[in-house]
Design a protein around this ligand. Sequence first.
Ligand SMILES: [Zn+2]
Length: 732
Amino acid sequence: MRFYVPEWDDNVDADYDFIHDEHSFLNPSERDLSYIWDIFGRETTPIDGVLISREQVEDTPAKFDRITQNGVYNAPLLDIPEWLPTISDCGAWGYKSLPFPPYGNEGMLKFYEDLSVTVGVTIDHLVLGSGHTARLYIDDRAFPDGFKKSDLPDEILDQVDVMSDTWPSDWPDYVRQYEPSICDTKDIKKFDPTVFEQRLPALLSDLEAHPHAVYRDDDMSFRYELTLTNAREMKELYDEKDYSFRLMVAIQGWDARSYAEATKKVLDMGYQYLGVGGVAGSPEQAVKDYVTAIGKSVKNFERSHNTRIDTHVFGFAKTGAFDTIGKSGMTSFDSASMLRAAWTGPDNYHLDSDQRYDAIRVRYPPNTANLQEAVEIALRSQEMLCALRAFDADESISAALIEWYQSASRALEGLEGYLQSHRHNEQYDSSTLRPIKQAFRDDYQYGEKIRANFSGHFRGQLVKLLRKDDAENPIPFEKYQKLIKGVREVFDDWTPTKLHEIEQREERSDEYGTFDQLWIIVADYTVQIGDEKHRDAYEEMLRREPWTECDCRICREHGIEVAIFRGNNRNRRRGFHNTRRFYDEFERSLPKIAVLTRGGTALSNTDTIEAFLRENRTEFWHKVHDLPVAEVGTVTANGVHEWWDEPPRTISFDPLSMQKEISEFSMRYQGLFIDGGSWTPKEELMDAVRAADCEVHIIDDPDELRTAVLDRLGYESDFLPDTMLQSGLTEY
Ligand SMILES: [Zn+2]
């Protein structure tokens, strides 16, 4: 079972300076970016693969070129490691309100090949709605100026589902066979607004030949069928060439029956890898029903054809559905919800699916703030951060506040003198702001303290003055003084907030960094910043200190910073941590297990590993081909080859190489079940596997091997979930 994460530029600055809240370099292209796999490394990365949608790759033309020219494993910035499999799809959510997917089959095959992904997915169109939906599509480029979808008469909006979106200027070729009228649009032909004032039948007849409108009586069936037609056509094209990726078919449906029907159809087309689309956002019970129905169809097919089928569930990863996903034989799924939850709402720091906390929001000044407001918010934030760190370290909060105050004072004190003697230095001769900003940060002794304590607004204005100012054409020094005076007006009266009360509490107790001491400043901060509504949640978080209970690499290294809601570098790291915690639950419910047999010289005569297994490990294959959760494959000196793979070019069973490959492989697994009938691995190999914290079982009898795997999963011999039970109908 594999867990994938969709890639949406989820990276952080590897060398972010948390103390001064600054990036390692101001120029993003100079930063060392860390993705989740860079932070955790091969052994503990909490994902088994990456999902890359075309929509994301097309985010900017530069990104598209960078990734299609180099492939996802070599693209600068992204650079996915070779041990992580990749799936690429079209990103059907992105074009859900277009009448057709904007890509053609041939173009997508080329795209996947360019990306060098492990798996490419056929083109699906989301089945939206749950009944036979009449739908009118409108290209919003053709609306008269100022006209919007909501300006359409209610009579129309009530009778048909209207979808307006910006259509592509060129449709792929296949669209011509369905709607030739929308394919020849050199210029935009605007709608006459009076056309929408007619009754529906007259409107539809007027729009029939319009190049910017499409109407369908039963759009749901159209999308369902189009998805299947694409599947058929893409399979034919795929089989004509020797593509390097594996092809997955995406299916759509609206209930368990339609999904099961689609499953049967694509299995008959010869697909061995299914992707269940359109379930993201559906209620958990509904998805369980679909997955159960699909799983039944798949198992029937596997058993009647003595084959194996992999199935991926797109955009769904609820811990409550793990049992169903496992028992129904799904082999992978993906979700970014635990990652994104870190910054999209409350309950954003997870220990597990039940224990979720609210990270403390420490805010940056809004862009609309004036200088004084910005300075005040920046000072308050730095105080909070200082106090939170002292709390986490069980140190005196008052001492930390005093030390912070003194360092901020020094930074402001020294500024005028520094500017006086250095403002005309060479490093400030730049026409753009960023190099000046970087030079100021590096050159002024307290440079990195200016933005953190006195706001980006202040540093920004300072840098603008430096840009204008040069030796030949100096600006009056009073301009700097006036700017600094504006900051002083806030800071000269500043004393660390609630210092006295904190000191008193520290004196009364013989401990430092307690919740009671911290709470004085947190409570005050929430009032000052308007976050009182989060107070109860903060109290729960700070009393519990959940980050001290997490031993993930991020929490160990950054402590309380992960529990602070502030900017990409804290928030996305918290998302990576959430993903790690999710993965722990996933591994407990759906352990990573591989069922392996030794390869043989006959591999050189077969086209696929499956054919080898069927012919040369007949009894083994017969007993394990339909096992859920586990991955099935064969081992050679080149590594583990999964059942669907092609055999390696050179066949060798060199024991040392096999040992090396297996110990690397087992790093990410919890259990290996080895077919003892074909292979008795050496004790060294077993030790290497156990050293990677992976159990190893060698079982001679295939029947016993099957039982052992199911026992390990805690599944009955007839493991498929019961459809009736799933639907809650048993009480009738
Ligand atoms: Zn953690």
